[in-house]
Design a protein around this ligand. Sequence first.
Ligand code: SAH
Ligand code: SF4
Ligand code: F3S
Length: 441
Amino acid sequence: MKQFFIKSYGCQMNSYDSLRIADALQEAGHKSASSMNDANILVFNTCSIREKADEKLFSDLGRARLKKLQAQVTGDDFIIVVTGCVAQSKSEDIAKRAPYVDIIVGPQEIHKIAEDIKNFEKKNKIIRTESNAQNKFLHLTHQFFNREVSEFLTIQEGCDNFCTYCVVPYTRGREFSRDASDIIAEAKKMLSMNVKEIILLGQNVNSYRGIGPDGETWNLSRLIFALADLDGLKRIRYTTSNPKDVDESIALAHREVAILMPFVHLPVQSGSNAVLQRMNRKYSAEEYLKCIDLLRDSRSDMAFSSDFIVGFPGETDDDFQKTLDLVEKIKFAQAYSFKYSPRPGTAAEKMPNQVPEERKSERLQILQKILNDQQSSFNEGYVGGHLNVLVTKGGRHKNQQVGRSEYSQSVAICDSYLEIGDVARVKITESMSHSLVGVVV
Ligand code: SAH
Ligand code: SF4
Ligand code: F3S
């Protein structure tokens, strides 16, 4: 028996994968360690979306190497595994720069990690980067160990969109949708472990096209309607949607499924049509605004979050201003914004007119200030009002609990005797920079 520690970088899909790796390792009899220091199996589940994410891996590997050297002195086993998107795109580089890494497997090969570790004693370095998401989902363990109140459930993986800045189509491969019956079975298992909120995950959840139990092809909306019937499920969310795939069917789900949260992450990236076109996003700023209207029409309490990239090749001051104009029109509840980071092998890397780093930083600062202000006004708008909060954990103070609102805001509830997993109507009394405070009504 060994003790393992998994470090996850990057997106929610990696968090989901890490949990499934943890399930498989526990099933194989290994124990979860509370820190890297107590572990003799280290798993790095990596992300390659921006350059910084890559570099983080190599600095962590340096530390892991020292731990492995110490273990060698005492004659103990020590295994280092690298998986995720960097393992897929840079396996040879990792093997060369960090020859002490034992197992390098891409994100579609995580179901074999427990077996790789078992066989490792006898074998040399293992490198595998096949890309078959169907196989992965077929062979993931059916054993579940710890689950929280709110959990991710991957329904779709991979991407066929080839936005010109993005590595995901190269690291996660082609789009693959899981069968609806597998997803429903997994949701039921989660519910039996007291999960109350399920967040459906995919690089493009809105292009989900899975085989339903009736043999028909189901879209995301149909899947949501089916999940909403499951006993004990209190909340459904989905992420990430590409605006080009948002249609009437998902608006209908928002209109009719009360437990589908009125909060949608809809990455726009830019407000300039010229930039959107060079990004290969396949929608215009006007079409994006129409998506927002469609969803707002389905529920009046709908709110949005988004992703932005500033400094995409050729982005002029005027293009950037169009992004600011769009932000001003929509008023986001929350948002993530990034400086464009050229990624090896993508089309944008070779585009002319790369924007200087200082200009990217300036634009990012301006955009983030506006987005932060919008988030603060959104939050402050609830002071004196009410939100429904799903209690996820105990708070720092006596009789205090912490949970999430329908808009994923963190809310501390004072003087309450709620249980974890309860949903309560909370009167908001205070708005802090990144959280709210309230009392049960
Ligand atoms: N599939 C989702 C996003 C996945 S990546 C979608 O299409 O919206 C998450 C976010 O990372 C993207 O929305 C984008 O804003 C950002 N991103 C992706 N590649 C990037 C790059 N090369 N440089 C900077 N940001 C990037
Ligand atoms: Fe990347 Fe575009 Fe696919 Fe999103 S839709 S994962 S940004 S290629
Ligand atoms: Fe990163 Fe791969 Fe997710 S590149 S954002 S871990 S799909």
